[in-house]
Design a binder for this molecule. Structure first.
Ligand code: TYD
Ligand code: MG
Length: 460
């Protein structure tokens, strides 16, 4: 019997070692090494398509001068919908490999199926290793778009997938999901690091050799990173992330890597009964129209990617009923919240150490922009004092450790968006005033340097 070759792989980053080690020397994670079987005996009669074992024809590429390389402007495949077009940097680049990640149940399969159905004049192959043909049909009926150019394949073996690809010659391939697919050349189970990496490599070879774009859906681990090796992110051209709270209807589509466009772009979707719908005016939905101003509510003029967006932040401050005060936050980094509370305590003299503080960002959206700080801090104090902030006021500023209001980027865009939505006053950092033409705006701009100034201007 032939000896089975095995090796140890870090399930976090994909590093390989000859023997088991407790701590990964590459990514520093503990207890992530697992033994995987390497190469299986390949059957000679098997059609070897795009696999690593494929015989090369012995030719190698020659080097050429850079200026002799023809400039090829990638003729991108136009995709339906402004959001996806923007996030992809203007459409799908032929021959590109796109990794589409997100937590389970967030709507990855729905968005990809929608894309497949909407690309009516393109032959699309949707490969699913997770759902049956009937289930996909049910989903398509639910989405309610009909097309005669979308093929469905329920298969998990790469070689069988490639045989189907050779048969129907699709112009776009969608793999749902890379963790369920396996190649016959490696014996470890689907979803293991070496399987995921080898399958992705086969799709990469296929994409580059045939100039066909491939979308691969990938699952996300509990820690929020793409499951499987980090090497997957190095291999692909574009990494898209679908995020949002499953219990809320809004979903954010971000690019974390894009070889053919900016990674600053972001798209917003709303999960409805008939699939995902694009949201073109996010600010208007994320702000609740109230009859009376409520304490603890503050509007932040944030920037998500390149897109200005006004978001409602809510804070609740109450006396700690049980010993240790609680701090809880949804959509905002808890450590940053602790930092803001410490600044308020130390620099501004507010006694928040004995209070419970709860923070919520409307719509289940996660905000990374530090420009939201000022709104949050004002919301916390508004709730603490039980004094509502006027509804026509918004904020854009970062709070520093010294209690100063720090400037934020692209302030003009934020002010314009606030003005467009009918706000009458915006608080910004006085450092942002430099080079800013205040006359071009009709909205009242209050510049502030320290936290104390904001409070006296807000609450008198
Ligand atoms: P799905 O695309 O299966 O998620 P993923 O592939 O990321 O795991 O989406 C699953 C959720 O979306 C499920 O909870 C139901 C919901 N959904 C809708 O609300 N409306 C719809 O039209 C569809 C198709 C799904
Ligand atoms: Mg799915």
């Amino acid at each position: 019997m032939a000896k089975v070759k095995t090796s140890f792989f870090c399930q976090n980053c994909g590093a390989q070692a000859a023997k088991w080690v407790g701590k990964c020397p590459s990514c520093g994670e503990w207890n992530t090494f697992a033994e995987e079987v390497l190469h299986k005996e390949t059957k000679n009669d098997r059609l070897q398509l795009f696999s690593a074992n494929k015989n090369s024809n012995g030719q190698s590429n020659k080097s050429i001068l850079l200026q002799d390389v023809g400039t090829l402007e990638y003729p991108r495949i136009q995709v339906p919908g402004k959001e996806l077009t923007r996030v992809l940097g203007g459409g799908i680049v032929p021959g590109s490999l796109v990794l589409f990640g997100g937590e389970p149940g967030i709507g990855k399969s729905t968005l990809m199926l929608q894309l497949a159905l909407r690309l009516k004049n393109l032959r699309v192959l949707y490969v699913s290793g997770e759902e049956s043909e009937q289930q996909i049909r049910m989903r398509a009926d639910r989405i309610g778009i009909t097309t005669d150019s979308c093929f469905i394949l329920q298969e998990t073996n790469t070689q069988n997938i490639f045989q189907q690809i050779v048969a129907i010659e699709p112009q776009l391939v969608i793999i749902d999901s890379i963790q369920t697919i396996h190649t016959s050349y490696i014996d470890s189970s689907p979803g293991s690091v070496s399987q995921v990496r080898e399958c992705a490599a086969e799709f990469l070879r296929f994409a580059k050799e045939t100039n066909t774009p491939v979308f691969m859906i990938g699952h996300i681990t509990k820690e929020g990173s793409l499951a499987g090796p980090k090497v997957l992110e190095h291999m692909v051209d574009t990494v898209l992330q679908f995020e949002g709270d499953r219990n809320h209807i809004y979903r954010l589509l971000r690019t974390t890597k894009n070889r053919f466009g900016s990674t600053n772009e972001m798209g917003i979707y709303e999960m409805q009964g008939e699939g995902l719908k694009e949201v073109t005016n996010p600010s208007e939905i994320l702000i609740t129209d109230r009859d009376n101003p409520t304490s603890g509510v503050a509007i932040a003029a944030t920037l998500e990617g390149n897109r200005p967006m006004l978001i409602e932040t809510q804070a609740l401050v109450s006396s700690a009923a049980y010993g240790v005060p609680q701090r809880s936050s949804t959509g905002f980094d808890l450590r940053r919240l602790s930092m803001l509370l410490a600044v308020l305590e130390k620099r501004c003299g507010f006694r928040l150490a004995v209070k419970d503080v709860f923070i919520n960002i409307a719509g289940g959206i996660k905000v990374e922009d530090p420009g939201i700080d000022l709104a949050l801090v004002c919301g916390i104090l508004s709730s603490n004092e039980d004094l509502p902030i006027p509804q026509n006021v918004c904020f854009a500023g970062e709070v520093g450790l010294t209690g100063e209001i720090r400037p934020v980027n692209r302030i003009e865009q934020r002010i314009s968006e606030a003005q467009k939505l009918g706000f009458e006053k915006i608080f910004i950092s006085s450092y942002n005033k430099k080079g800013l033409d205040l006359k071009q705006f009709s909205i009242q701009i209050e510049t502030v340097g320290k936290m104390e100034e904001v409070f006296s201007k807000l609450f008198g």
